[in-house]
Design a protein around this ligand. Sequence first.
Ligand code: CTP
Length: 410
Amino acid sequence: MTELAGKHIVLGLSGGVACYKSAELCRQLIKLGATVQVVMTEAATQFITPVTMQALSNRPVYVSQWDGREANNMPHINLSREADAIVVAPASADFVAQLVQGRADELLALLCLARPSSHVPLLLAPAMNREMWGHPATQRNLRQVQADGATVLGVGSGEQACGETGDGRMLEPAEIAEELVAFFQPKRLAGQRVLITAGPTFEAIDPIRGVTNHSSGKMGFAIARAAREAGAEVVLVAGPVHLPTPRGVRRIDVQSAAQMRDAAVAEAARATVFIATAAVADWRPAEPSRQKIKKDGSGRMPVLHFVENTDILHTVAQGERARSGALFCVGFAAESHDLLAHARAKRERKGIPLLVGNIGPAAFGQDDNQLLLVDAQGVRELPRASKLTLARDLVADIAARLAAPPVPQP
Ligand code: CTP
């Protein structure tokens, strides 16, 4: 992915142990297609050398505001004018305090102060000891710096270099890169509340065994990420999958179809968009055994009775919110053959305005896919691409539908 292609990022490092992570961040931003200009404070150079950052960014690093390499001797003006964004990672407690006071003691603080704030965003990835993070002065400064227009990306929690455990770790390089990519995406779903179901469900036979399917959840997780990038508030109801939660997304983990239904129905009460990507088991054992079912020596498998699970999408789509137009419902269909015919029939059966068809075996577990968008008017094909690219295209398509005047349902 070259999601940052054409973007020029000023990567600022202030003093903190987390500077070692900034080397990896620099690499990741470049891999994503960005050009990176590193600016370090004197304190940052105590933790990692400008040589390392120069080698990784392929550009001389700036430390001093008196850097004679600039013809006009104004690196704070030149560097901040070239940037598409300034990312300070790590942003120390002291550096944030400097920003709040509008200080310009060093080049990095000076160029943040001099940045054209209308079109050069400033993103901060704080890193500090948990006590420093929790101190009222730091929290006050963080609120103020946000009120002044900076974006604070948050911190991680866990073991710290000082040996203590708590909040204040710098986000991982991949998380900061994900936040930056998200930052540049158009905010097509701003103000929307998007609910997504994803992954398989697991229907218990006994405490040891169950019935499930091959859904990896990747498409649903990609849509959750894309919707959040587009500015929506996103809730992801996930069956049992081993995928990291996209940043900024609220995740509710469930196992069975019944749990997924309860969570989805509850969350649908305040959602404005519902996207059902989950491969919900159609049936569940009627009476799961409380104890492990043992072989009885007969050579025959015990007979299991199954009952049908509630159709979550149909239930939500028939609810008052969806019928009144307050909730836009999107279904998915995983088919093995005759995709278009099945997708058309399924859309009508489920009573939804948009159904997204894909060939199940070609999609399950893969990183790419191709989609067929079926509505009352016709069909639109999204050709084979990564699931994240398709998710962004789908989000753009849904956003356009939300913005358009309502189409009467057949
Ligand atoms: N779905 C759901 N709850 C169910 C079954 C399906 O919410 N109990 C949703 C899926 O998340 C998907 C859509 O319905 O968005 C279609 O799912 P699919 O399993 O392909 O369709 P079925 O209704 O099960 O139809 P069929 O078995 O005929 O393929």
